[in-house]
Design a protein around this ligand. Structure first.
Ligand code: GTP
Ligand code: MG
Length: 418
């Protein structure tokens, strides 16, 4: 079976997950109502927090799809994913047109040499402007320095919510076959006999955790065939090396993971048995194999302290309230939460570093629901010094307002040093 790997990228809320869900339904991998946004917080907030893998089967091809989060706090997660796939579906809302995060993820994709497939979504909205959106997307490609080949992208118009995609607005279409056919035609083939012959090299781009199996790596098999039970070496990008054993191999099958005895080059797999595996390392079989190029992980931008609740309301809400319990929970979080750093050295607090307020808020909300009770300090921006200069992380903001509101908005922003 041939394998193709794609990621779905877009600004927040432009319909990535709805499109992924519809692709699963179209290919019979999921029933109506099943969604990639499977986590409780994701369902409630209607946003994707964690990038997730699914695999669908179409015309003798396995298509591995990674649905990515659109919120800027999780932007670095998208970057990691982009390193491990061969093409992207860029989803753009037909009413809003390209937005800041559209630009960010498209820029990263173009820099990596990927050739996107553009899906202009939500053409059913009464105020949709699909043709205008197409022109805006084209000029964005040009502004970002797309190559001639990248500029020659295929555009589809879609109603992800209803599982419909078409090449021309006038076309009749009842399904996503036009999109699936485009994927088969345009996404470079990831698998080949030639790659299978080579010695194994896998690079993890994501981590997962299982109560029985511990930390697991989700990665792409660049070369070779992986078998469960095989002894391997793990190489860091700087050449440092250690040995280990792969105890279990899973591939994706819709949203399910399926245990297999072996998986071939090009596929995306989940691997158990390497408790200290980390993003960007290379899993190989021969100590002399070259490590794959590093995958950068963005640095934290804010920090705050987590501490035991010693306020007058202590003990009213949570079951887990002690220093030790909070510490153990945070240590567990570090197993999978890639953008997170924690300094455990403090006497009566833990200093938690994250990618943004939403990143930390999700952790806190998850802890609260699990029965933890704790206090947190106000978030502080992390400054760093480089070449004698103090650097500060910043965000870009775009606000669409009627012109009579501009004054108020600017005033409020400047009061916050915007
Ligand atoms: N009218 C209309 N609404 C849509 C369509 N596709 C998605 N939506 C709606 O847009 C909202 C966001 O859809 P999602 O698929 O969750 O968007 P997303 O890009 O995955 O969002 P994040 O993962 O949070 O970045 C939901 O309320 C959907 O119902 C469409 O084709 N037409
Ligand atoms: Mg989503």
């Amino acid at each position: 079976m041939e394998i193709r790997n794609i990621a779905i990228i877009a600004h927040v809320d432009h319909g990535k997950t709805k499109l992924t869900d519809a692709l699963m339904r179209q290919t019979g991998m999921a029933e109506e109502g099943v969604s990639m946004d499977s986590n409780a917080l994701e369902k409630e907030r209607g946003i994707t927090i964690y990038s997730k893998n699914t695999s669908v089967f179409f015309r003798d091809t396995k298509i591995n799809i990674v649905d990515t989060p659109g919120h800027a706090d999780f932007g670095s997660e998208v970057e990691r994913v982009l390193r491990s796939i061969d093409s992207v579906i860029l989803v753009v809302d037909a009413q809003e047109g390209p937005m800041p995060q559209t630009k960010f993820v498209l820029k990263k994709s173009l820099e990596l040499g990927l050739k996107p497939i553009v899906v202009i979504n939500k053409i059913d909205k009464p105020a949709a402007r699909p043709e205008w959106t197409h022109d805006e997307v084209l000029s964005l490609f040009m502004d970002l320095g797309a190559s001639n080949e990248q500029l020659d992208f295929t555009t589809l118009f879609a109603i992800a919510k209803e599982g419909i995609a078409k090449f021309n607005l006038k076309d009749e279409s009842k399904d996503l076959i036009p999109l699936l056919d485009t994927i088969i035609k345009q996404v470079p083939l990831a698998s080949s006999d030639e790659l299978n012959e080579k010695p194994l090299r896998i690079q993890p781009f994501n981590l997962a955790y299982d109560n029985f199996l511990g930390r697991m790596a989700i990665g792409r098999i660049y070369e070779g065939v992986v078998k469960s039970g095989v002894n391997v070496f793990v190489k860091k990008p700087n050449g440092e090396i250690r040995s280990g054993k792969i105890t279990k191999v899973f591939t994706f099958h819709g949203l399910e993971r399926k245990e297999v005895t072996e998986a071939i080059a090009g596929d995306i797999v989940m691997i158990a048995g390497l408790p200290d595996i980390y993003i960007g390392e290379t899993i190989c079989v021969d100590a002399n194999q070259e490590a794959l190029p590093a995958i950068n992980i963005d640095e934290p931008t804010i920090s705050l302290n987590f501490l035991v609740n010693n306020s007058p309301f202590a003990g009213k809400e949570g079951k887990f309230v002690t220093n030790r319990q909070i510490r153990e929970r945070l240590e567990k979080e570090l197993e999978v939460n890639v953008g997170l750093k924690i300094d455990f050295a403090g006497n009566d607090f833990f200093k938690v570093y994250g990618r943004g307020e939403l990143h930390i808020a999700i952790l806190l909300e998850n802890m609260r629901r699990e029965g933890y009770e704790l206090q947190v300090s106000q978030p502080q921006v992390i400054f760093k010094e480089k070449d004698g200069e103090v650097l500060e992380p910043f965000e870009e903001i775009t606000i669409d307002v009627p012109s009579e509101m501009i004054g108020t908005v600017i005033e409020k922003l400047s009061r916050r040093k915007g």
